[in-house]
Design a protein around this ligand. Structure first.
Ligand code: C2E
Ligand code: CA
Ligand code: CA
Ligand code: CA
Length: 278
């Protein structure tokens, strides 16, 4: 038994073995989760920096795991990506976000709904067609749907990415660069990309306004975005001082716990009513 134990440990630490087994279990359950209706979307509000107007939401997935409770994306998205389960999960997110956007508009709430895309999803050969079909099925005006792509997704295979972005643009959906400043955007490529929005990563917002480097970077991103004619959104806005800095530097929209937490559709409506009745 001792010899066998040693042979194993050449390859895996016990912790890794249990982690791998854990992931195997989770992976199996992940495959069933759509059919079992275990996924849910939360929506985090985005407001206009200047007048506080409620302009849109970002859809954030949660997994209501039967034994483990509510799981955040960091606990399962990477696993879903490894096994390509992110493609059907991503399709579910898009459908659900579009359905909700439709309901809000019918209720007189003209919100844009932003959806996070994963690389595999964006690169799937039928991705553009699936968006086109979704828009047709839900009769959703395309400008209400926003797709968030990370810098990394935009920088490999630039010609291919450009072609896909152009097709999406043609459909009329909005395109947004997520976590800007943390990836590898080349500025010369950036100027060619048919995008609408840039989101300043939370890591730069967190230390505003005191930390000099973060203030310089956040200020520069805002200026860059505006120079390119893009809407600029700050994420992770928690404090009044951050909000003031961002507003003074010309940031268009704010998102973060200081504005509103990610909420389900019911809580979001209560949040919205509470602020308009002030
Ligand atoms: P992200 O796109 O950068 O989303 C923002 C994350 O920051 C969310 O975490 C949100 O809850 C959190 N957040 C918002 N405001 C604040 C704040 O003021 N302070 C702090 N500390 N955090 C804040 P969440 O929901 O855990 O999502 C994490 C990441 O998972 C997202 O990062 C996104 O990359 C990914 N993700 C979420 N939903 C989806 C999805 O449907 N599909 C894919 N492919 N990825 C998703
Ligand atoms: Ca995002
Ligand atoms: Ca982000
Ligand atoms: Ca992020």
């Amino acid at each position: 038994a001792k010899a066998r134990g040693r042979a194993h440990s050449v390859f895996f630490e016990p912790r890794q073995v249990s982690l791998a087994r854990d992931n195997l279990v989770l992976e199996g359950q992940l495959g069933q989760a759509i059919a079992q209706e275990e996924f849910a979307l939360l929506f985090q509000p985005q407001v206009c920096a200047r007048d506080g107007r409620f302009v849109g939401v970002e859809a954030l997935i949660r997994w209501n795991h039967p034994e483990r409770g509510l799981l955040v994306p960091d606990a399962f998205i990477a696993l879903a990506e490894q096994h390509r389960l992110i493609v059907p999960i991503g399709a579910w997110v898009l459908r659900e976000a579009a359905r909700q956007a439709r309901l809000w508009h019918e209720a007189g709430l003209p919100l844009t709904v932003a959806v996070n895309l994963s690389t595999l999803q964006f690169q799937a050969p039928d991705f553009i067609a699936s968006i086109e079909q979704l828009l047709a099925e839900t009769a959703l005006p395309p400008g209400w749907l926003e797709l968030e792509l990370t810098e990394r997704m935009l920088m490999d295979d630039v010609p291919g990415v450009l072609a896909r972005l152009a097709q999406l643009r043609q459909l009329g959906v909005k395109l947004s660069v997520d976590d800007f400043g943390t990836g590898y955007s080349s500025l010369s490529h950036l100027k060619e990309l048919p995008i609408d929005k840039m989101k300043i990563d939370r890591s730069f917002v967190r230390e505003l306004p005191q930390q000099r480097e973060s203030a310089a970077i956040a200020g520069a991103i805002i200026e860059l975005a505006r120079g390119l004619g893009l809407t600029v959104v700050a994420e992770g806005v928690e404090t009044e001082a951050q909000r003031e800095f961002l507003l003074a530097h010309g940031c268009d929209q704010l998102q973060g716990m200081g504005i509103g937490a990610p909420m389900d559709a019911v809580a979001l409506q209560a949040w919205q009513r509470a602020r308009t009745s002030i």
